[in-house]
Design a protein around this ligand. Structure first.
Ligand code: NA7
Length: 535
């Protein structure tokens, strides 16, 4: 043991959202290791701790947006809605933390700022923002796919007399929007949720939209499917196994039928059925097999959705402003009654592509055409997704290599879990992970690398590291897979194009969770071929 001011650990876990909490449970409670977790938030929850904005809810069915490891909890937990709101998801995570006594191993309000590989007694030297030092043989980073908030700079924001709020850092105190003049910047998943929730309450709502998106209903009026609820009671293991063997882990099996293989009438019928049932991923992936790969197929879906917008929004000019004309190939959005908002007399849609934001004034926001007087401005402008939070930790791997240098032109990593040159460091849902709903996949990945750690320790190994060749081959599969999709040709956080200056890159494994499990299991069955295990 080294100097007294350095705390020695077997495993350090960074982040206590869905992924980090489970990693702490797995390594401490199940494997009996000495684990310390860190979170810069004041309590557990990750994304569900921070995103307290009105209207915030999960858009995956709750039956698959949960942990599978605690069978008693799986059977006893009752969700109040098909898509629970943020306080309910956070309450669930709090229950898990309390039940498994996780908080005693978490340092809250603590940001890990520095991680440095130490070859001599192999492990990571970690430093927190308040100067505490740790040495951990293994590090698990559960820092979040969509967590590093993007707030674009606008001139004059400091002179604005009203309030500026970031949706993903919504204040813990009550925010009264009643009767106020409010602007929302951004119309992604966050924007459409907050817009729909606050429109009835505010005095006047200005939606500052740069690019319209396709928004399908969520279908939250429907209860959770009886069949899934029964399966969970009867055989939860089988229920989760089935779900993990789909593509996107959203509670349904993806379609295998091309959109143009059926008649126009049948296609309309299936789109209408998916629209009535709700859920964005289901609309995109359960209807037909090729909406995300074929331009022609994609157009059949976008034509359907543009018709819906035009038939819902009464002012034809506003309807046209809301109609996207790019591919349906971003993260699919789903919110009930979103387009109906624009029939309200207290809502104004502003196209800030045609009429750009010049900056803030004392009284509001100035666009090219004039000033909008405001009391509150809400930023729903997204995240430095996938790589953002990893790169915020100053990370130095083997031979002094900086992660920031390795990823300068885009990330390189293995399967969302490991990085060559950065031994004993595991990510949860990092770059090149499958494109899925997350919690069950977090658990799956943690189990996968926990098994690797157990294997290494059992064979006397002190270090585990993915080989550069294995990483390179995985990245190539991802790059080729993504290139075959329309996601690659559509600007969004999925390929990094939402952040000015961020390299455009494929960052996901687009072949689905079922194939991911096959590939990852093959590695285990081969005795971890592609991984170096060092004494
Ligand atoms: P998104 O989906 O990245 O959406 C961000 C929105 O903010 C989008 O409409 C952007 O328009 C808009 N934006 C970003 N910067 C600006 C500026 N400078 N001016 C005007 N508008 C801007 O983020 P979300 O938080 O909604 O969702 C992220 C994920 O979190 C979501 O997919 C879920 O998985 C959870 P743009 O399209 O770039 O023109």
């Amino acid at each position: 043991h080294s100097s007294p001011d350095v705390t020695e650990l077997d495993v350090a876990v960074i982040g206590t959202g869905f992924g980090g909490l489970y990693a702490l449970h797995k390594f401490r409670n199940e494997l009996g290791l000495n684990v310390q977790a860190f979170d810069d938030a004041g309590d557990v929850g990750g994304t569900w701790y921070w995103n307290r904005y009105p209207g915030c809810r999960v858009d995956t069915e709750a039956t698959v947006y949960c942990y599978s490891f605690d069978k008693d909890l799986v059977r006893s937990w009752k969700w109040s809605e098909r898509y629970p709101q943020q306080p309910e998801v956070l309450a669930y995570l709090n229950t898990v933390a309390t039940k498994h006594d996780l908080r005693r191993s978490i340092n809250f309000n603590t940001r890990v700022v520095n991680a440095e590989w130490d070859e001599t007694s192999p492990g990571w030297k970690l430093t927190t923002a308040d100067g505490r030092r740790y040495k951990a043989q293994f590090v698990v980073e559960g820092v979040g796919l969509l967590s590093s908030t993007n707030i674009p700079k606008f001139t004059g924001s400091e002179t604005f007399k009203g309030e500026i709020i970031s949706a993903s850092r919504w204040p813990q105190r009550p925010v009264d929007l009643k009767g106020k003049r409010v602007a929302v910047i951004g119309t992604g998943s966050t924007g459409v949720q907050v817009i729909t929730a606050i429109a009835p309450e505010v005095g006047h709502l200005y939606v500052l939209q740069r690019t319209p998106q396709y928004v399908v209903p969520l279908g939250n009026q429907h209860p959770l499917p009886e069949k899934a609820l029964r399966a969970i009671q009867e055989d939860p293991d089988e229920f989760f196994r089935w779900n993990l063997n789909t593509g996107a882990v959203f509670g349904f099996q993806e379609s295998t039928i091309p959109a143009l293989s059926v008649s126009d009438a049948e296609r309309q019928r299936l789109y209408q059925q998916a629209w009535d049932r709700g859920n964005g991923f289901a609309f995109m992936l359960e209807t037909f097999s090729d909406l995300t790969t074929s331009e022609e197929a994609n157009k059949t879906a976008t034509d359907f959705m543009r018709d819906k917008i035009r038939s819902t929004v009464k002012d034809p000019q506003v309807a046209e402003m809301l109609c996207p004309n790019d591919f349906y190939a971003k993260r699919p959005l789903a919110t009930d009654n979103y387009y109906e908002v624009y029939n309200r007399s207290n809502v104004t849609l502003v196209d800030v592509k045609a009429d750009p934001i010049q900056g803030f004034t004392e009284r509001g926001i100035r666009t090219t055409s004039g000033e909008i007087e405001l009391d509150v401005v809400i930023f729903a402008t997204g995240f430095d997704a996938v790589t953002g939070n990893y790169l915020k930790i100053d990370t130095t791997g083997r031979d002094g290599q900086k992660l920031q240098d390795k990823w300068r032109n885009g990330p390189s990593a293995f399967a969302g879990v490991a990085i060559s040159g950065f031994p004993n460091l595991f990510m949860i849902y990092g770059p090149f992970c499958p494109f899925t709903s997350q919690p069950l996949v977090h658990e799956w990945q943690v189990n996968w690398f926990a098994d690797l750690v157990v294997h290494a320790r059992a064979t006397g190994g002190k270090t585990v590291e993915v080989s550069p060749e294995t990483e390179k081959a995985w990245v190539k599969v991802c790059v080729d897979g993504a290139a075959a999709t329309l996601f690659a040709r559509t600007d969004s956080w999925i390929n990094g194009t939402n952040i000015p200056g961020k390299p455009r890159a494929a960052m996901f494994y687009m072949n689905g969770m079922a194939n991911y499990i096959k590939e990852m299991s093959q590695i285990v069955n081969s005795g971890y071929a592609g991984f170096g295990i060092g004494a």
